[in-house]
Design a protein. Structure first.
Length: 288
């Protein structure tokens, strides 16, 4: 019966985006409607993954963080009974199911811990010169998907974006949320930290001393290629912003042990260069 027709029942505006009424305690609950809309996963279908931010115990019931709850209810349109995998960000993952979708959030019931690890064998730290917002977001998101272990945003002489104090902190929080979302999508259980913004000179000054990591500086003017380098266990990759690093910045990086490397004869955009380098490293020395 369509709304407005004689005899049509008024439906209160207390439903989620999937049409399932929120569970608001004494209000009427239509759990049968929710369960009727919950569809079993087809064979081979991918179980949604959600960040939980804590280490639960089997059988525990917990509330998802706000961003994960929004993704579950508003984007994935999950309902009670739907299967999910939750992860804490430090390496653990659990099988669970949605147990409640209400105005106040989304809760899950944990069943068992899963033995699963997809972290890259090659540990890559990306030190990225800050680029324009969309480019920086894209670079960080895709770098996480490619398996980078850590991200260090750098303010350089040619950075088009200048962030100070509160704005810088908010931007780092935004980048960290992108990293979490990328881990949800790509299957990683360890969330790579996005470090606080530093100037390139200050960051380079903190690197003095042996670290056991191959230090690579992307430079279109270099003669060395990635395949010319010995296979490392860990890499520190330095990439400039849109205009590249200034001459004095490159010279300072060389003093700090960075090896200039080029990615073919073409000049790549900053986001292309960073991602191409990480992918090539995994192909040469990692798990590609």
């Amino acid at each position: 019966m369509a709304p407005g027709e004689p005899g049509a029942r008024h439906v209160p505006h207390t439903r989620n985006v999937r049409g399932v009424p929120y569970d608001d305690g004494p209000q009427r609950r239509w759990h049968h409607l929710a369960m009727s809309q919950a569809k079993p996963l087809a064979a081979g279908a991918r179980v949604p993954r959600l960040f939980c931010g804590t280490d639960p115990a089997p059988g525990a019931r917990l509330q998802l963080p706000e961003s994960s709850a929004h993704h579950a209810a508003r984007v994935l349109r999950l309902v009670p009974g739907d299967a999910v995998h939750i992860f804490s960000g430090d390496g653990d993952e659990w099988a669970a199911e949605i147990s409640g979708v209400t105005r106040s959030g989304v809760s899950v019931r944990v069943s068992q811990r899963l033995d699963r690890d997809v972290e890259a064998r090659l540990r890559v730290t990306l030190a990225q010169g800050i680029s324009a917002r969309e480019r920086m977001d894209f670079t960080l998101q895709k770098a996480v998907e490619l398996g980078v272990a850590e991200i260090q945003p750098l303010e350089t002489r040619r950075s088009l974006v200048r962030l100070r104090e509160e704005r810088a902190s908010r931007r780092v929080e935004h980048w960290q949320s992108l990293a979490i979302a990328a881990c949800e999508q790509c299957g990683r259980n360890r969330i790579p930290p996005v470090r606080q913004i530093e100037t390139l000179s200050d960051w380079l000054g903190s690197l003095r001393g042996a670290e056991g990591r191959l230090r690579v500086l992307l430079s279109p003017a270099a003669d060395t290629r990635l395949r010319d380098l010995p296979a490392p266990e860990a890499v520190l990759l330095l990439v400039g912003p849109e205009g590249g690093l200034a001459t004095e910045e490159q010279e300072l990086a060389l003093v700090c042990g960075f090896i200039p490397v080029r990615l073919g004869p073409r000049v790549l955009r900053t986001e292309t260069a960073a991602l191409a380098a990480v992918a090539a490293m995994h192909a040469l020395w990692g798990d590609f």
